[in-house]
Design a binder for this molecule. Structure first.
Ligand code: ZN
Ligand code: ZN
Length: 189
């Protein structure tokens, strides 16, 4: 009723509208104060700064706008997650750079076929190109030869060698089917 006197409003309908608008603004303001507190809580580790941000937002609307401008760009959770990922990546990199012999623990490199300390076999070389193969590989990724099939490898080597030397390939090897026996159909009927 004091508002009537304040604004000099006689019309009760208009006064109700003004009251509702003020109530609406107050609700928005309280919601912004709460939002500022919860957002600052997720972005700022220091509780003192969180309290400062919340106190600033008590200044209606402007405080929250200022907070939006100066707030940290990332959530604390994201920062933590990124730090963990960085540490994991660094650990992976260190593991790649420093491998160790599985038998004696001597420091080795990825391309070593034998351990230089205990002389044990670390990796099998590709039968075609001689590059060291990981035991999990099904084919040699360098020359596409199948792993563990020496005949395939021997067939592939002369073809490459003759192509380089300039002599024509033998007719028998060219006509022979390249598929291994197990892939052929068992019987015609
Ligand atoms: Zn060793
Ligand atoms: Zn190879």
């Amino acid at each position: 009723m004091a508002l009537f006197a304040l604004f000099g409003i006689e019309n009760s309908g208009l006064a109700l509208a003004v009251n509702l608008l003020l109530l609406f603004l107050v609700v928005i303001w309280l919601a912004l104060v709460y939002w500022t507190y919860s957002d600052a809580h997720r972005r700022i580790a220091d509780p003192m700064l969180v309290a400062c941000a919340t106190a600033a937002s008590l200044f209606p609307f402007i405080g929250t706008v200022v907070y939006l401008i100066v707030r940290p760009p990332e959530y604390l959770e994201d920062v933590r997650e990124r730090d963990l990922e960085m540490a994991a990546a660094q650990a992976r990199l260190a593991q790649l750079e420093h491998q160790h012999c599985q038998y004696c623990g001597f420091e080795t490199e990825k391309t070593f076929l034998r351990c230089p300390s205990c002389l044990r076999r670390l990796k099998e070389p590709c039968t075609v190109c001689g590059k060291p193969l990981d035991p999990r590989w099904k084919i040699c990724p360098y020359c596409e030869a199948e792993v563990g099939q020496a005949s395939e490898g021997r067939r592939a080597r002369p073809r490459r060698a003759t192509a380089a030397a300039g002599t024509p390939p033998r007719q028998s090897t060219a006509e022979r089917p390249a598929r291994p026996a197990r892939d052929r159909p068992q019987s015609a009927g």
